[in-house]
Design a protein around this ligand. Structure first.
Ligand code: IVH
Length: 693
């Protein structure tokens, strides 16, 4: 690139480079404030503006796209397998103190003192006391301050190169702050906060995907994802706790100062740590963390004590593969035995039925437990838990208590197996049918719009911008309307009056009028939007559009059987089954009838089948991430219309479809003067726009 060549705007590449560097530093500072210090410094909109400006510069000058640019967190391709990384300093584990009482701390201190040859008159040893995070150990290698490699622990000698995935973790800086040494390997733990874990599982359930048993498995599974695009959607966190290889940096004298230095480099270091003296100091830390353990936003596996002075650590050395200078001190298992009286179910926001054990009340880890989760039918089968069993119940942090296992020796005679679908063929909340997909762990209520348990969620979806588009009907309002029993199903929205609304909190007459107007406006819609608004599982916007185009009329769709549904492009057996089940449910048909009676209407068309062939002979190239279509979906749609999708841009390419973070293909397309489309443009070509649906 000619650094002094002017572009059309009278701006040189050198200006752009300087501006990009300034933006990168500023964005990194805001990321640090937000993800590490938990103290955001600017509004989201302003942050987005900076980010987009940087993206624009990098699009214009691709050579400026450096590895430490925040725009490059998700960029890696899906891998066939991970490469192996040899750790230059082995990643060791620490021994666990089996005595979970305060005496465990005294035993460790005694071992350290003996090994150091200290006697009773010598001063107390200083320790760094930390949390033992329950996640996945990771080694981050920074060279000249830039993150160049991230590896799992593996067997301690060699691990897996998970750099692309780790780069997506926003709390991990891509470039260190301040004067960074030539080589700095940081060791720490990738983990998931409990709230992020719950949200992730809710999302997984909604998408009919695998539910993770605990935050640790979810974190490990996410980092070992071969597709960094998926890892990027997992809300992972990180805490640094130590060092690996270091070159060109004078080590501080203590572990405490090492962690202070890592924090100053911009790495997340947990605030719950202390420099303590002697066994009493360790025991006090153990007790203090034990008391606040349930209030931490993440799971811990105990605490870790480390001799604070690095010189003493060196003197103490290792026994086999474990350092003599560190130990993990756990907490007593929060487990108890009690009688399983009954199994009931809870219906979640997405209709998932979770079996819940009703227990003879039992005191575990400081609280009385009467209910515990059994997760799903597969878990019940795997553990072979039956009503009437004596069971082990466990509490971990403030997550819902769970039934670990039955005590088979105490089972009195034959107890019947528990089969959720036999016991709950219909939803205990709304009476709709319960179904369980062939490959699914979860049983679900098909009540959808009708089921009170799913009501808020269904209403929010119904009112959404891409569905019925009722402006102003957000979470808070839906909560109030449902809690006050003013709205039960979407039909009730069309029966609302100003009076009922104006009496709600924070809702004056003016906003009530506006909302009513928005509701009124939503009566006139399109068939595609209406189908999407119904919230049929696995029917997203694109499928709703296909269904609308294919069937033309709602009644034709309602009447379609599984075979007829599979004639629609991209509708396979699973989606077809969800649609058929939805319309088979009398409650759902009733709600639809009532909506039509309330004046919800759309133009009905003739069935169109697919418009195959419209794009015959046209070659497309896809680049970047589109807002709603995945690469595969876009490709399938183009091909369904007779088009071809090629991997690289040439003069023969007809259209380049570019999404966010499009790379060199876009630059080349621009250079060749090819037609460049965004997702909306593609949809117009595919004849998928709303007006046609
Ligand atoms: S120090 C040589 N500190 O526990 C000492 N480890 O068996 C290296 N862990 O898998 C470990 N929190 O990932 C250390 N504050 C902490 C830790 C911690 C969690 C994990 C670590 C490793 C295991 C050690």
């Amino acid at each position: 690139m000619d650094l002094f060549a002017e572009d059309g705007r009278g701006e040189t590449a050198a200006d752009a480079a300087a501006r990009a560097a300034a933006l990168r530093a500023e964005i990194a500072r805001h990321d640090h404030a937000y993800y590490v210090l938990d103290a955001p410094t600017i509004p989201d909109a302003e942050y987005d503006r900076l980010f987009r400006e940087l993206q624009a510069i990098e699009r214009a000058y691709p050579a400026l796209r450096s590895a430490d640019s925040p725009t490059q967190r998700v960029g890696g391709k899906a891998l066939a397998q991970f490469a192996t990384v040899r750790h230059r300093v082995p990643m060791l584990s620490i021994s666990t103190e089996t005595d979970t009482e305060a005496s465990g701390a005294f035993a460790f201190d005694a071992r350290v003192r003996r090994a150091l040859g200290l006697d009773e008159d010598d001063a107390a040893v200083a320790y760094a006391a930390e949390l033992k995070f329950d996640g996945l150990a990771i080694s981050l290698r920074y060279e000249d301050g830039v993150l160049v490699q991230a590896a799992t622990r593996g067997d301690g000698e060699t691990g897996e190169d998970v750099t692309s995935n780790v780069r997506t973790v926003k709390a991990i800086p891509l470039r260190l702050l301040g004067e960074a040494p030539p080589v700095l390997e940081v060791r720490g733990e990738i983990y998931l906060r409990r709230d992020d874990f719950e949200r992730l599982n809710a999302r997984q359930a909604e998408a009919g995907e695998k539910i993770f048993v605990n935050p640790r498995n979810a974190a490990a599974g996410s980092i070992r994802q071969l597709d960094p695009g998926i890892a990027a959607r997992r809300p992972l966190s990180f805490y640094a706790y130590g060092l690996g290889e270091v070159a060109g940096w004078t080590l501080p004298a203590t572990q405490t100062e090492v962690l202070d230095a890592l924090a100053a480099f911009g790495l997340p270091v947990c605030g719950h740590r202390a420099q303590v003296r002697g066994a009493e100091g360790l025991a006090a830390f153990h007790a203090r963390i034990g008391a606040l353990r349930d209030t931490l936003p993440f799971d811990i596996d105990g605490v870790v004590y480390k001799v604070d002075a690095l010189a003493l650590q060196q003197q103490l050395g290792f026994v086999t593969r474990e350092p003599r200078w560190a130990v993990a001190h756990k907490y007593p298992a929060q487990e108890a035995v009690t009688l399983l009286r009954d199994i009931e179910v809870q219906v979640g926001r997405t209709g998932a039925l979770t079996p819940v054990a009703r227990l003879e009340p039992v005191f575990v880890g400081g609280v009385t437990v009467t209910n515990a989760t059994l997760h799903n039918q597969d878990e019940i089968d795997r553990k072979d838990v039956r009503i009437g069993d004596w069971v082990i119940v466990r509490r971990a942090g403030d997550v819902i208590p769970e039934v670990v296992a039955p005590i088979l020796e105490r089972r009195g005679g034959e107890l019947p197996r528990f089969v959720l679908l036999d016991r709950f063929p219909t939803c205990p909340v709304c009476g709709s049918h319960v179904v369980r997909g062939e490959d699914e762990a979860v049983a679900r209520c098909t009540g959808g719009l009708f089921c009170p348990a799913q009501r808020k969620q269904a209403l929010l979806h119904f009112a959404g911008r891409r569905a019925m588009d009722i402006e102003g009907l957000g979470d808070k309002l839906v909560d109030q309307l449902v809690d006050a029993a003013i709205v039960k199903t979407p039909v009730d929205l069309y029966r609302l009056g100003v009076l009922a609304l104006a009496n709600l909190e924070r809702m004056g007459e003016k906003s009530a009028q506006n909302l009513l107007m928005a509701i009124e406006k939503s009566r006139g819609t399109t068939l595609a939007r209406f189908i999407f608004a119904l919230g049929i599982r696995n029917v997203g916007e694109a499928t709703a559009r296909d269904l609308a185009r294919h069937f033309g009329k709602l009644d034709a769709l309602i009447a379609a059987d599984v075979d007829a549904l599979q004639q629609v492009p991209d509708v396979g057996p699973i989606v077809a089954k969800c649609i058929a089940e939805f319309f088979a449910e009398p409650h759902n048909r009733e709600v639809i009838e009532q909506l039509r009676a309330a004046g919800v209407h759309w133009a009905e068309g003739e069935p169109q089948g697919s418009v195959a062939g419209a794009l015959a002979g046209k070659t497309f190239v896809l680049t970047g991430t589109l807002p709603t279509l995945s690469r595969d979906e876009a490709k399938a749609r183009i091909e369904a219309r007779g088009g071809k999708v090629a991997g690289s841009v040439s003069k023969k390419t007809h259209y380049v479809v570019a999404g966010a973070e499009a790379g060199s293909k876009l630059d080349k397309a621009q250079a060749l003067g090819l037609a460049i489309l965004d997702e909306d443009g593609l949809r117009v070509l595919l004849n998928e726009t709303d007006t046609n649906a």
